[in-house]
Design a binder for this molecule. Structure first.
Ligand code: PLP
Length: 426
C-alpha cells in the first residue's frame, strides 16, 4: 500500500491486496482451521504465531484484514478484534491486571463499562476507582495505589457526551508509569486519534459506527506500541509466561508485546474472537466510515441547534454545540466533528420523554447508537437501569435525559419528525 495515501483511501484500499485473478473483495474465510503439509510447519507456527494461522479462535485471514486496517487508521502497530466491545474492554484490562491490581477510570462511562468496572472486575479481585475528569491532575493522582496498572476514559462518553481531557489523563499516566486506555467508539479514528493525544491503547465497540449498519456485534483493541512494558510495573510482560512455553512478551515481541499477549494468551484462553462473517461485514462498514462520520456529525449539530431553541427542551448536550460543557475540548480534540450522538432534557421529565419517543415516526426506539438509522433511547430506564440514582448521576444520566443517535436520513425529515412528536405532547 502506498504510504502517502490518506486515511480515507487506506480505509478502502488497505489490509488486502488481491493477486492476479483473485477476488477483489476480501473473502470470508469461514474456516475454523488451516491445513499444513508437514508436522514441522505446524510446530514452527506455535513458536512463530505471527507467521501464519493455526486456528480461528486465535487468528483468521478475514479478521486479519480488519485488524490491519484498524491498526493503521488509529495509528497503532497492531489491532486485535474481539467478539464485542465489552470483550475488548475486558481483555484490554485483563491484559494488564490480575487479582490485587487496580485501575483508575473516569466516572463518565458507558453503562456496560461501569458495570464491568464496578461489579464484575472487583469480583475477580481487580479494584477500580472512579474519578471526575474535571478534578485536578493532583486529585486524580491521589486515587492511584501502588498496584494501579492503568487509567481509562472514553473520548466522548456515552451518554454524558463529555469529551475526555486527554492532556490531563495522559500527563497522569506518564507521571505514574501506567498505560492510558481510551474507548474511542463514538468519534472513531476519523474524528479523533487518541494515540496522537497521549493514549497507549485504544478500544472500540465496532458494533457502533465502524460497522455502522447495525449488523454485527464486535470490538477491537489497538496497541499503540509505545508503552515501555519494562518500566518495572508489568512483570507479566517481562517475565516468562509458563502457559506459552516460557515466552517473555516484551523481549520476544518488542513493541507489539501487548497485542500479542492479548490474542495469544487471553483470547486463546478466554475464547472471545470476532467471527469471520462479522469481520467481513465490519470491514464493509469501515470502507465508508469517513463519509458517514461527516454526515452523522452534521446531522447531530443541526438537530442540536433545533433542540436548543425548542420551548419543551431544557438543555442540550452535544460537544460540537457552542456553549456545550465540552465545547472547548471538542474544539481542541474533535476539529472535524463531534460524532452523531446528542442528549437533551425534556420539560416534564420521564413521562414527557416517553410520550415524545412513542410519537416519533422516523426515529425508532432501539438499544443502540451509531448506525445509519436515527434512533432514541431513555438511558435512565433502559441502558443505565441497573445503576442506582447516585451512580446514574455520576454517569451524567438524569431522568429527563433522552439520547438521540442521528442517522444518515435527510436532516429535514429528522427535524420534521421531532417537530411533529413535540406538537403531540400534552
Ligand atoms: N463502549 C461504548 C462507548 C459503548 O457505547 C458500548 C456499547 O454501547 C460499548 C463500549 C460496548 O460495546 P458492545 O455493545 O459491542 O459490547
Amino acid at each position: 500500500m502506498n504510504p502517502q495515501w490518506k486515511k480515507e483511501t487506506r480505509a478502502i484500499q488497505g489490509g488486502y491486496r488481491p493477486g492476479n485473478a483473485e477476488p477483489r473483495v476480501t473473502p470470508i474465510y469461514q474456516s475454523t482451521t488451516y491445513k499444513y503439509d508437514t508436522a514441522e510447519a505446524v510446530a514452527h507456527l506455535f513458536d512463530h504465531p505471527e507467521e501464519g494461522h493455526i486456528y480461528s479462535r486465535i487468528s483468521n485471514p478475514t479478521t486479519e484484514v480488519l485488524q490491519k486496517k484498524l491498526a493503521d487508521l488509529e495509528g497503532g502497530i497492531a489491532a486485535v478484534t474481539t467478539s464485542s466491545g465489552q470483550a475488548a474492554t475486558t481483555l484490554a484490562i485483563l491484559n494488564l491486571c490480575q487479582a490485587g491490581d487496580h485501575i483508575v477510570a473516569s466516572s463518565s462511562l458507558y453503562g456496560g463499562t461501569y458495570n464491568l468496572f464496578n461489579y464484575t472486575l472487583p469480583r475477580m479481585g481487580i479494584e477500580v476507582t472512579f474519578v471526575d475528569q474535571d478534578q485536578s491532575a493532583a486529585e486524580i493522582e491521589a486515587a492511584f495505589r501502588p498496584r494501579t496498572k492503568a487509567i481509562f476514559g472514553e473520548s466522548i462518553s456515552n451518554p454524558a457526551m463529555e469529551v475526555l481531557d486527554f492532556e490531563k489523563f495522559s500527563q497522569v499516566a506518564r507521571s505514574r508509569g501506567v498505560p492510558f486506555l481510551v474507548d474511542n467508539t463514538f468519534p472513531t479514528p476519523f474524528l479523533c486519534q487518541p494515540l496522537k493525544l497521549g493514549a497507549h491503547i485504544v478500544i472500540h465497540s465496532t458494533t457502533k459506527y465502524i460497522d455502522g449498519h447495525a449488523t454485527s456485534v464486535g470490538g477491537a483493541v489497538i496497541d499503540g506500541g509505545t508503552f515501555p512494558w519494562d518500566n518495572g510495573n508489568f512483570p507479566a510482560f517481562t517475565e516468562p509466561d509458563p502457559s506459552y512455553h516460557g515466552v517473555c512478551y516484551h523481549e520476544r515481541f518488542a513493541s507489539a508485546a501487548y497485542a500479542v499477549k492479548l490474542s495469544y494468551q487471553l483470547i486463546r484462553d478466554l475464547g472471545t474472537p470476532m467471527s469471520p462473517m462479522n469481520a467481513f461485514l465490519t470491514n464493509l462498514g469501515l470502507e465508508t466510515l469517513h463519509l458517514r462520520m461527516e454526515r452523522h456529525s452534521q446531522n447531530a449539530l443541526a438537530l442540536a441547534q433545533y433542540l436548543q431553541d425548542h420551548p419543551r427542551v431544557s438543555w442540550v448536550r452535544y460537544p460540537g454545540l457552542p456553549g456545550s460543557p465540552s465545547a472547548e475540548r471538542a474544539r481542541r480534540y474533535l476539529p472535524k466533528g463531534s460524532s452523531g450522538v446528542l442528549t437533551f432534557g425534556i420539560t416534564g421529565g420521564q413521562p414527557a420523554g416517553e410520550a415524545l419517543m412513542n410519537s416519533l415516526e422516523l426515529a425508532s426506539i432501539v438499544v443502540h447508537v451509531a448506525d445509519v438509522r436515527t434512533c432514541v433511547l431513555h438511558p435512565a430506564s433502559m441502558t443505565h437501569r441497573q445503576l442506582c440514582q447516585e451512580e446514574q448521576q455520576a454517569a451524567g444520566v438524569s431522568p429527563d435525559l433522552i439520547r438521540v443517535s442521528l442517522g444518515l436520513e435527510h436532516i429535514d425529515d429528522i427535524i420534521a419528525d421531532f417537530d411533529q412528536a413535540f406538537r403531540r405532547l400534552p
